[in-house]
Design a protein around this ligand. Structure first.
Ligand code: ADP
Ligand code: MG
Length: 317
């Protein structure tokens, strides 16, 4: 059913450089969250902190009653077994074929026999649509296939939490759509908690149940997809709509003069909220809410034209 991650007042710096401070959010069990942010805002650092590869300066990360920010190494080792991770480039061993790459965590962390391992590897390869490519080397396949193989490897230990670091980086828009569909289908099938780091606004608009935005060393906002997509908060609005007008400049923040010059510019209206992308494998996602539910419950009027079926067709569902 997936496991919740409760993050409180988390702060991380390297030497004098503060990466982000006082980050507080709860990643709900079984749901899909997307964490957005400009490059260099510490998204990868956040993922590494969540699996205990990096230690925060202070704050807590509670998973099933254990604070992984402060627990002993031995407990951390156990908790890590709950995680599957897709690193940014797939992180395949170049000299191993896909079969051995995917089998690696099973050989490393379990005492399963080779025939049991084979059953699991083939099942996960099938899940990500890579059956028949077991003998290929990572260098012989496309970037999109490498990411799929990375996902298969992340799933072999049946994780309760899956972290994806920019699964869409370096992929063309069509492959990104296919990969997003795979992520949604997997969530429906395995019901684990998914946290996806990306700077792809399209992915953020259509895929997740919740969106977070890291900006200028803090978590600018975190909440249900409909909340952020109907938000007028300047940073959220600018980033989620990929606009030039707003507080975010070429290199982080705009200065006072730049903002003054924009003062009287009229902002384009918020675009309609698209329907959330649905599973294609016929399995409903347990955490998917009806379109417009959050807006209705919170008395928020969504931008005109939101949740129209034909709109999704044109953007490419
Ligand atoms: N191990 C490290 N030691 C020192 N600085 C680091 C380390 N890892 C990341 N950083 C710094 O942290 C910042 C955020 O990096 P990163 O999390 O990779 O950004 P993002 O994934 O959002 O693009 C960068 O300025 C980077 O140089
Ligand atoms: Mg990164």
């Amino acid at each position: 059913m997936g496991v919740e991650i409760e993050i409180k007042d988390l702060t991380k710096s390297f030497g004098k450089q503060v990466i982000w401070h006082d980050v507080t959010l709860t990643v709900p069990a079984g749901e899909i969250c997307v964490m957005l942010g400009p490059s260099g805002t510490g998204k990868s650092v956040l993922l590494k902190t969540l699996i205990g590869l990096l230690k925060p300066d202070h704050g807590s990360i509670m998973i099933e009653g254990t604070d992984i920010a402060s627990c002993p190494e031995k407990e951390l080792y156990e908790i890590r077994k709950l995680f599957g991770v897709l690193f940014q480039d797939g992180a395949m061993f170049g000299s191993m074929n896909l079969y051995d790459n995917v089998a690696f965590p099973l050989r490393e962390h379990t005492k399963k026999s080779e025939s049991e391992i084979k059953k699991i590897v083939m099942e996960k390869m099938d899940l990500v649509g890579l059956l028949g490519t077991e003998d290929k080397l990572p260098g012989e396949i496309s970037g999109g296939m490498r990411k799929r193989a990375g996902i298969a490897r992340g799933l072999v230990l049946d994780p309760e939490i899956v972290l994806f670091d920019e699964p869409d980086s370096g992929l063309d828009p069509v492959r990104t759509s296919f990969l997003n569909q795979l992520i949604i289908d997997l969530n429906a099938q395995i019901n684990a908690t998914f946290l996806i780091v990306t700077h792809d606004v399209n992915t953020a608009r259509k895929v997740p149940d919740n969106i977070g935005l890291l900006y200028h060393k803090h978590l600018a906002m975190f909440g249900p997809r409909e909340m952020l997509l109907s938000s007028e908060e300047p940073v959220v609005r600018q980033f989620l709509n990929a606009q030039v007008v707003g507080p975010i400049g070429m290199s982080e923040e705009k200065d006072a003069d730049e903002l003054e010059a924009e003062k009287d510019m009229e902002l384009p209206p918020l675009p309609p909220i698209p329907l959330q992308q649905e599973p294609s494998n016929g399995i409903p996602r347990a955490s998917q809410r009806p379109p417009g539910e959050w807006c209705k419950l919170n008395g928020v009027t969504p931008p005109p034209g939101s949740f129209a079926k034909d709109m999704n067709m044109t953007i490419g569902a």
